[in-house]
Design a protein around this ligand. Structure first.
Ligand code: SF4
Length: 321
């Protein structure tokens, strides 16, 4: 159940990587929060920084600047017992179930790893039963515990990844593009499984995806990222019904509508040009070389993320009074 309590708070987070070509500003001053029990979707093209953002939020990457608080504690300063508790409460499901699961391990051992690391079972028998329960929870069965990952389809492998994350009874899960590598027909099944588990277990999700269509079904709120920054963040319904940022408008106009008549009448907004490099992003508004409304001011001033309507934040000069 969604509450008003903030489980994660991100303030002016920056994550830069040094490379031979210069400094890659993967995440460049990003602020948002996630309430307990909700799903925040983060959407954007490849290279927009969404995965780096998710990983920095849970301490997989150190930050360059800014702060991330999980249940009020600074994620990047956790030590000892607090760090151990954090690694149990916070889990990640990876994009690629083909490379994120060890092919040499039996499925039962993959799922039991977390149980062992956190000493959550008092006997081998308890561990075995727990693994079987977890397999059934994600729509597999107990016989699968003795098999190897290569024996499973992509969708089944992602179910194993979900069971592994669930094993330690987490509160918060970063779902890092969990459906992008799967067939469209399987994507909905995995999203529905994640929605069911969220309801049953009161989980909070940060759900990262590169297209807006599937995110709609799982997210309470959605943040649209562009070149290391947040362009727009609001309730999922408001974002789909009344997108304000020109980039969000273009992304939404690219989603096909099943009704051929509506699809034919729909105006598709073409995005000009490529996503610029995060090593040398445009000055001012980062979207300006692709924006049909860009003015001189957009080249000089970076727009701040501001609340334009209640709970609807947009970074665009079009909405300045
Ligand atoms: Fe377009 Fe300017 Fe708004 Fe950026 S600030 S999205 S360039 S109108």
């Amino acid at each position: 159940m969604e509450s008003t309590e903030k489980i994660l708070e991100v303030n002016h987070l920056k994550k830069y990587f040094k490379s031979g070509k210069g400094t890659l500003k993967a995440v460049d001053d990003v602020s948002f929060f996630i309430r307990k029990g909700e799903t925040l979707g983060i959407v954007g093209e490849s290279g927009c920084g969404k995965t780096t953002c998710g990983r920095t939020c849970i301490g997989i990457y150190d930050r360059t600047a800014g702060e991330v608080f999980y249940k009020g504690k600074d994620v990047h300063k956790l030590k000892g017992r607090e760090k151990k508790a954090f690694t149990k409460e916070v889990q990640i499901i990876f994009q690629d179930p083909y490379s994120s699961l060890d092919p040499k391990m039996k499925v039962g051992d993959i799922i039991a790893e977390g149980l062992r690391a956190h000493q959550l079972c008092s006997s081998k028998e308890e561990e075995r039963q727990r693994v079987h329960q977890l397999l059934e929870t994600v729509g597999l069965n107990s016989e699968h515990a003795t098999r190897y990952v290569h024996e499973f389809s992509g969708g089944q492998r992602q179910r194993i990844g979900i069971a592994r994350a669930l094993a330690v009874e987490p509160d918060f899960i970063v779902c890092d593009e969990p459906i992008s590598a799967l067939d469209v027909s399987i994507q909905a099944q995995i999203v529905n499984l994640l929605i069911r588990l969220q309801k049953e277990k009161g989980l909070t999700y940060l759900f990262i995806a590169h297209d807006l269509s599937m995110v709609k079904h799982i997210s309470n709120r959605v943040a649209v990222m562009y070149l290391g920054t947040i362009a727009e963040i609001t309730d999922a319904k408001a974002l789909y019904q009344k997108p304000l940022h020109p980039y969000t408008q273009a992304l939404l106009s690219a989603i096909p509508i099943p009704d051929p008549k509506v699809e034919e009448e729909k105006q598709r907004i073409k995005l000009n040009g490529e996503l610029p490099s995060p090593i040398d992003p445009p000055a001012g508004c980062r979207f300006r070389n692709r924006c049909r409304y860009a003015t001189e001011r957009c080249a000089k001033e970076r727009p701040e993320l501001r609340e334009i309507e209640p709970n609807h934040f947009v970074a665009c000069h079009l909405y300045d009074q």
